[in-house]
Design a protein around this ligand. Structure first.
Ligand SMILES: [Zn+2]
Length: 238
């Protein structure tokens, strides 16, 4: 299937392609999502419009959880460390007012510290919270956006059925679908490379961080406050 845009000029993607050539992290799907900051647009490979991310014939909680959180991720990039410097026309401009910048700076510190505290047992390395900040902002914001969008969709279209054989509510299946996109395998040396040089946190921590910061997740799975996936101190930027 022809790709709409694989964004070879995007420096972030160029890194990723290099990473894959070196035997990087392999997901269950092709990693062809990009946000073009100078065009303020997102690009999605047409080949991604299939399972596990999207399928027209399956319940929508799976589509919002899979494709929705990926689209939300790319949209949120327009409000990250780079997006804040470039306006909607693709021109360099500080387009936020002072209050927004102050609040953003305060909240981003929370996220930097949180992700820096994540420890990869396999590599014995901590995640680099500063280096991965923009991607973590996009993961957190994108997940929140798509969960709200799904709730709104349900208000208009009604509650969907669950899945046969699985004793989960549709609201829980949304989270399971969103988590499924982070299933990945990797070699130890490429994971080490990914943590040291990458702009993305490893998949395990992309999931842990964005889910643990989301109050709706804790509610839907009845996680007790103060547990790992429902910490008292959550970080939220958007
Ligand atoms: Zn991203």
């Amino acid at each position: 299937m022809r790709k709409l845009n694989i964004g070879f000029n995007n420096p972030k993607l160029a890194f990723l392609q290099k990473d894959i050539r070196q035997g990087g992290i392999f997901y269950g799907w092709d990693f062809s999502f990009t946000y073009g900051v100078f065009r303020n647009s997102i690009q999605i490979a047409a080949s991604l419009l299939q399972s596990p991310l999207f399928d027209i014939s399956r319940p929508n909680y799976l589509n919002f959880g899979g494709m929705g959180s990926s689209i939300g991720h790319e949209i949120t990039h327009s409000f990250d460390e780079l997006g804040k410097l470039i306006n909607k026309f693709g021109n360099i401009e500080n387009w936020w007012d002072r209050e927004t910048v102050t609040n953003y700076d305060l909240r981003k510190k929370c996220m930097i510290n949180q992700y820096s505290s994540f420890y990869s047992n396999a590599t014995r390395l901590n995640i680099k919270g500063e280096q991965t900040l923009s991607e973590n902002i996009a993961d957190n914001g994108g997940l929140k956006l798509t969960q709200r969008a799904y709730k709104e969709w349900v208000q208009f279209h009604g509650e969907e059925d669950g899945l046969p054989g699985l004793n989960y509510a549709p609201s829980q299946l949304f989270w399971i679908a969103a988590a499924q996109i982070w299933c990945a395998v990797h070699r130890l040396d490429s994971l080490r490379y990914h943590i040291t040089k990458g702009f993305h946190s490893p998949p395990e921590f992309r999931l842990k961080g964005s889910f643990a910061n989301n109050e709706e997740f804790a509610k839907d799975f009845m996680c007790e406050l103060g547990t790992k996936m429902n910490p008292v101190d959550k970080c939220s930027i958007w």
